[in-house]
Design a protein around this ligand. Sequence first.
Ligand SMILES: Cc1ncc(COP(=O)(O)O)c(C=O)c1O
Length: 423
Amino acid sequence: MKLETIAIHAGYDGDPTSKAVAVPIYQTVGFEFDSAEHGAALFNLEVPGNIYTRIGNPTNTVLEKRVAALEGGVDALSVSAGMSAVYYAVATITEMGNNIVSTPQLYGATFTLLNLYIAKQGIGAKFAASDHPDDIEKLIDENTRAVFCESIGNPAGNVADIEGLARVAHRHHVPLIVDNTIATPILLRPIEYGADVVVHAMTKFMGGHGNSLGGMVVDSGKFPWRDYPDKFYMLNRPEPAYHGVVYTEHYGAAAYIARCRTVCQRNTGATLSPFNGFLLLQGVETLALRVERHVENGRKVAEFLRDHDRVDWVNYAGFSDNPLYPMAQRYLGSRRPSLLTFGVKGGFEAGRKCFNAFRLFKRMVNLGDAKSLSCHPASTTHRQLTPEEQLRVGVSPEMIRLSVGIEHIDDILADLSQALDKA
Ligand SMILES: Cc1ncc(COP(=O)(O)O)c(C=O)c1O
């Protein structure tokens, strides 16, 4: 099936009990066992079934299967936020003394998670001088357990060379983890280019309506964990945290995502609420249509800003003179995300006035909503970073980030026009 169809149908054949056509919300903490023996068999992973929502829930299972199908993975795990997805993706295969190597331009909280939070757990993060695979390769050592990148960086819009990064990672026998939040599988499917794990903030375009936090970790099923038993011993030796299961033996290609669920999620509980799972499913059903309109509106806004005499610069990978253009062309074809940044002439002060004058564009720190949103990264999402770190991840003081929504383009441009008049 094509992506548009998968987004509506994958993972759900109808509810066997009620025959409900819409996916039911299983708003329950747990599931009854037929007997002590049945409960034991479930815990021993001898029979399939539901145990407790912290580990799995039928509403969320549909969402997991749907996103796994959209990304071309073997299985997925839904979690409570995009940040838990990034964290679990790393935590599943790292322990004290390991490190991960990342591209430098990342979402602010992801940068902080990797740079400061996991460091306290003894897991290092090394940020390359650029996105270039050669710069990544220079940092990989015998303790590296993964290479990390965002397929499209937030907010810089940098497009990763996923094929090149996967080649470098695989040469050193480690997986490539790609945050595909901004692109969504409609614009780009990282697994097709060699990514091993894909993560999502479902909160953004996937859900698309700004009503539910959620995250997803997708396992491609392709990384040969068994070939590196010492490096990835947690997948190849009996797991003490789950009564001795050997993930690669019991789960085969889905070993990674099984450990992610039964060790990371079971022990720390960043579980998606089934109600949020339901809302996110509604969003996913219209993903392809929404992304099409986002892309079209984003292009029109970028062109409008480029031609406006109060605008100093526009960073939009759709302009052929933009340094991001060749990589965007290679991975996105003619389409570009509707996330773009610009600077108003007059620097920080003029930018602040324009930002404060928005009427339709909501001033907030979300993106990927049906509504048009605006954000001033230096004072919000990237505030915790030093000015040097801000520049490194692609944030300048005057930068305004727009997430162009799916309203009528005339209304979007009218709002930008009146706000720029006030700058
Ligand atoms: C690229 C990217 N990854 C992860 C996240 C974190 O998502 P959440 O806010 O759902 O934790 C965000 C949030 O903006 C993001 O933009």
